[in-house]
Design a protein around this ligand. Structure first.
Ligand code: PAF
Length: 283
């Protein structure tokens, strides 16, 4: 496994391999890797000749009161984990390489970025879109792998790639969960034992939404109330949103006439967690 921090070096090595006819898959990460990230690398390895993980804790996607400073930085164990799954290249750019002094260019994110995370974390998707576009330019991959756990992030990146004509395919891969249902997240390591138990209410609430849909409820607000009831009985400490929306635009819907998506953001202790579930209309 080659670990490279120089942008010119990674670009020229991968550009050479691409010209040789190799298919390259990129897995952008902020490190603090867990099984969810490693499963993305496995997807890349399965479908591509060369797998590339990137590790960069991107300051521009954190708000002023968010956890940028305390975000876990675990480079050594991340590299071991990537090596263990056979990742070919790891790109670990420095801050100066990505945001040189005087840096002032940002991507204006697409419309699908406006609600939910976009509203609760102003500037977040501007930072995400900017770093992801930069990574796509430095790592000439044909396919990029993202986890569905960040449902809106995948929608934002897919729309950006479509709108700007970036020549890369976005693959959304299933959320990897602990056996009890908790969606894997680098932020789960902030949770105490008792908070982790309360955090299970996110996946339970999403399950409740699907049960209600299966039972014939078609009103998003009824399902939303059902999810809130589960979250508040845990209890979580606060709910940013628990909504049932259109799976493509992420706009609110009047009634569930086809598949929809349930999105939740809630705080347990000081940890903000997100999760989602595609609600399948079976009847
Ligand atoms: O999902 C993440 O870890 C980050 O938002 C990403 C896509 C690596 C951009 O910094």
């Amino acid at each position: 496994m080659d670990v490279i921090s120089n942008p010119l070096t990674i670009f020229s090595q991968l550009d050479y391999l691409r010209r040789e006819g190799k298919r390259i898959g990129i897995v952008p990460t902020m490190g603090a890797l867990h099984e969810g990230h490693l499963s993305l690398v496995r997807h890349a390895k399965q479908a591509c000749d060369i797998s590339v993980a990137t590790i960069f804790v991107n300051p521009s996607q954190f708000g002023p009161n968010e956890d940028y400073q305390r975000y876990p930085r675990t480079l050594e164990s991340d590299l071991q984990a990537l090596d263990s799954v056979g990742c070919d290249f790891v790109f670990t750019p420095t801050m100066e390489a990505i945001y040189p002094s005087g840096y002032s260019t940002y991507v204006e994110p697409p419309r699908v970025a406006e609600r939910w995370e976009g509203a609760y974390r102003p500037g977040h998707f501007r930072g995400v879109a900017t770093i992801v576009l930069k990574l796509f330019m430095l790592v000439p991959a044909q396919v990029a792998y993202f986890g569905r756990k960040d449902y809106q992030q995948v929608a934002v990146i897919s729309a950006m790639v479509r709108d700007l004509g970036v020549p890369i395919r976005i693959e959304a891969c299933e959320t990897i969960r602990d056996p009890d249902g908790l969606a894997m997240s680098s932020r789960n390591r902030y949770l105490s034992e008792s908070e982790r138990v309360r955090a299970l209410s996110l996946s339970h609430a999403l399950h409740r939404a699907q049960m209600m849909l299966d039972a014939g409820h078609r009103s998003p607000s009824e399902l939303e109330q059902g999810m809130r009831d589960v979250l508040l009985s845990a209890p979580v400490d606060s709910i940013d949103y628990a909504v049932v929306v259109d799976p493509e635009t992420l706009d609110p819907i009047e009634s569930i006439q086809r598949d929809a998506v349930a999105l939740i953001a809630a705080r347990v202790g000081t940890t903000r967690l997100i999760d989602n579930r595609t609600l399948v209309r079976r009847t």
